[in-house]
Design a protein around this ligand. Structure first.
Ligand code: NAD
Ligand code: DAU
Length: 347
């Protein structure tokens, strides 16, 4: 039975991946520092599974990461741990450099110094983002596109990806990078577009659309991302990078209006008003990327992967999940968040 060490498994994608991996019968050790974005409630169910173990700690702790590799000799090491929110990287970039660059450096050093004791077939996946490529007016980024990051977040992720490439080329370590587009689904922290708009809409609060709302993102359901990562872990070529995306590019305003229409149906306003009356156009995000799109032909051709969840079905399922899991999001919203650039408080 394979053993996977996951870092950042209490965050959005990491927690979904932990559930996904346990369902395949794998054993999982989850190392997470539990920053504001880490949430053990997202691991409900996994925590009762004898194949699962949680370790609280920082990916920057060399001794701890080294001991996990040395003592447990995992087959797969997959890094989700990161500072992940662009707006926060604009307000306070230091933590992004610490975790997304120095943290990755530390993980690579831990692998380098323990590689002789790791099992045959061991590999490490660095989970990264399409934002490293910057913005593209037309077409889509492929794996050969140059890195042109535009936010401190994207620049820190690009730096981590460069380190992984260098450690493969220089030391021959068994490493792979994945660059994925915007994910959505259960357990996403409600500072990101889809959960923020859903929950503000539910609570009758303003829906802050940055600029004119015409920026385009590509959307992938998190389950499809997890399935792609598993496939790459099993069959991806070492030293390669793989784009992952949903082939579902939409302007933000279309997404917000679609969320409003789904809320009108699933949770009608008491006064019969449409939720889209809550839309407010606010100052644009500085350095805002106008459009992302990723060419996923490499993973489709080489590994036979394709997304299985359509955006329409996935969005409705996600909104239904938030409607049914108030216990999960209420605590987070009361603590710290309901809308960044509007400066909304919790009340
Ligand atoms: P998230 O912010 O929801 O979760 C990050 C997790 O990492 C949290 O549990 C946090 O506690 C943990 N963490 C942060 N710093 C740490 C540290 N120093 N040591 C240990 N743990 C630490 O992030 P997410 O949205 O789940 O993203 C996961 C990864 O996927 C990130 O690397 C991100 O760049 C990448 N990614 C995200 C998306 C997306 O749409 N969310 C898309 C493509 C790629
Ligand atoms: O492309 C992958 C990236 O997707 C990941 O690497 C990041 O970790 C993840 O956060 C996400 O980045 P974005 O900046 O695209 O996601 P966010 O949900 O913050 O914003 C999506 C779009 O919606 C973006 O164009 C900004 C806009 N937006 C966002 C918020 C929070 C608004 O218009 N209003 C908002 O309140």
């Amino acid at each position: 039975m394979s053993l996977i060490v996951v870092t950042g498994g209490a965050g959005f994608i990491g927690a979904n991946f932990v559930h996904h991996a346990l369902a395949t019968g794998a054993r999982v050790i989850n190392l997470d520092a539990l920053t504001y974005a880490g949430n053990l409630d997202s691991l409900h169910g996994a925590d009762a599974n004898p194949n699962y173990r949680f370790v609280q700690g920082d990916i920057g702790d060399r001794a701890l990461v080294g001991a996990l590799l040395k003592d447990h000799r995992p087959n797969l090491f997959i890094n989700f741990a990161a500072e992940s929110h662009v707006d926060r990287s604009i307000d306070g970039p230091a933590a992004f450099m610490e975790t997304n660059i120095m943290g990755v450096f530390n993980l690579l050093e831990a692998v380098r110094t323990n590689i002789d004791n790791l099992p045959d077939g061991f590999r490490m996946l660095q989970v990264s983002t399409d934002e490293v490529y910057g913005s593209c007016a037309v077409g889509a980024f492929n794996e050969e596109s140059p890195f042109r990051p535009n936010s401190p977040y994207a620049a820190s992720k690009a730096s981590g990806d460069h380190l992984v490439r260098a450690y493969h080329r220089t030391y021959g370590l068994p490493l792979i990078v994945t660059n994925c587009s915007n994910n959505y689904g259960p357990y996403q922290f409600p500072e990101k577009l889809i959960p923020l708009m859903t929950l503000n809409g539910l609570e009758g609060k303003p829906l802050p659309v940055y600029g004119d709302g015409q920026q385009v993102r590509d959307w992938l359901h998190v389950e499809d991302h997890c399935a792609a990562l598993m496939l790459i872990a099993e069959r991806g070529v070492l030293g390669e990078t793989y784009n992952i995306g949903g082939n579902s590019t939409l302007p933000n305003l279309t997404i917000v209006k679609t969320i409003c229409a789904i809320l009108d149906e699933l949770h009608p306003d008491a006064k019969g008003e449409s939720h889209d009356s809550l839309i407010r156009y606010v100052d644009d995000r500085p350095g805002h990327d106008a459009r992302y799109a990723v060419d996923t032909s490499k993973i489709e051709r080489e590994l036979g992967w394709k997304p299985s969840v359509s955006f329409e079905a996935g969005l409705k399922r996600t909104i239904t999940w938030y409607l049914e899991h108030e216990d999960w999001w209420r605590k987070i919203r009361e603590k710290n968040y309901s809308g960044a650039r509007l400066g909304l408080g919790a009340s």
